[in-house]
Ligand binder design. Structure first.
Ligand code: PDD
Length: 286
């Protein structure tokens, strides 16, 4: 049985309910996190809880829990679910008012808190061996992409744009610069240097993005955090997508053209190996 959590209660996911008046449903007025769990240890939990607090603060939604309470809720949900490796989804909305009104409700309306967990599915051996196909599109999202809100229509349209073409991810450009993927961070390798745009209001501050840069730094892989031109992406030797669930995954075709020689490259293979090693030695052992 899959256990979820809604507003103070753990219950079977199939029995979980929220009101249709919930502002998450009516307005997409909520924040979320996706937290990978390895061997029942939530990876970078402090960082995920801090990112949630940052999103809630920017949304002017009072955080319903202190960091320690969030951590206890998440770990209890992990303990109540059957898998060792999980992907915990956590959502907070501005709650359910009695009327539909764009303006925020009064303090009597409490935020809705929902958590669920799924088995963590990382890329298959086949996807890792051949890499994945991506397309590109203009980044049509708003100017607060640093916030992890549930207002995800643009991301869904952009991801579906890839799926419709038999691809897995859409690489986004704004004004001829790389931002990120529809649901991932994008790294570029050019002439032996790993490139990634700096964090800004135009991209999500990825937890995996941080891990990849830390690994590059600690192992001495040449890297630069700077604006990346669309032209540099199109002439890259390697492209990777990274996220909590996709880890480090090579993109081997972009818009139907091969990236580099069309196979996962040496820098990506190296980073993937460092990431797996880090996962098995650090993440699984707390
Ligand atoms: N998405 N950028 C966007 C737009 C994302 O949606 C995600 C992750 C990332 C990578 O962030 P992280 O490394 O912290 O997972 C970057 C999650 C997995 C999702 O929406 O399911």
């Amino acid at each position: 049985m899959v256990t979820a959590y809604v507003d103070g209660r753990y219950l079977p996911l199939a029995e979980a309910r929220v009101s249709p008046m919930d502002r998450g449903f009516l307005f997409g007025d909520g924040a979320y996190e996706v937290i990978p769990v390895y061997s029942r240890r939530a990876f970078r939990l402090d960082e995920h809880v801090a990112r949630l607090a940052n999103t809630l603060g920017a949304m002017r939604l009072p955080n319903p829990h202190a960091a320690e309470e969030w951590k206890a809720l998440i770990l209890e949900l992990v303990a109540r679910n059957p898998w060792d490796d999980q992907s915990v989804y956590l959502q907070v909305t501005r709650g359910a008012d009695t009327r539909r009104n764009h303006a925020f409700p009064g303090p009597e309306v409490k935020p809705t808190v929902f958590l669920m967990s799924e088995p963590l599915v990382t890329p298959s051996a086949g996807q890792r061996a051949s890499g994945i196909a991506a397309v590109s599109a203009a980044d049509i999202r708003w100017l607060r992409c640093d916030l992890k809100t549930v207002s995800m229509l643009a991301n869904c349209l952009l991801r579906q744009h890839a799926i419709d073409q038999g691809c897995m991810e859409t690489v986004l450009f704004r004004d001829s610069f790389l931002t990120e993927g529809a649901a991932s961070s994008i790294f570029v390798c050019k002439d032996g240097v790993l490139l990634v745009p700096p964090k800004s209001h135009l991209m999500l501050p990825g937890i995996t993005y941080d891990v990849v840069l830390e690994l590059a730094r600690s192992h001495g892989m040449k890297h630069a955090v700077r604006e990346v031109l669309e032209a540099e992406v199109r002439s890259a030797d390697e492209l990777w997508m990274t996220s909590s669930t996709k880890e480090v995954l090579a993109i081997t075709t972009l818009d139907g053209r091969p990236v580099g020689d069309g196979k996962p490259g040496p820098m990506g293979r190296q980073m993937h190996a460092w990431y797996q090693d880090f996962k098995n030695t650090v993440m699984r052992n707390g």
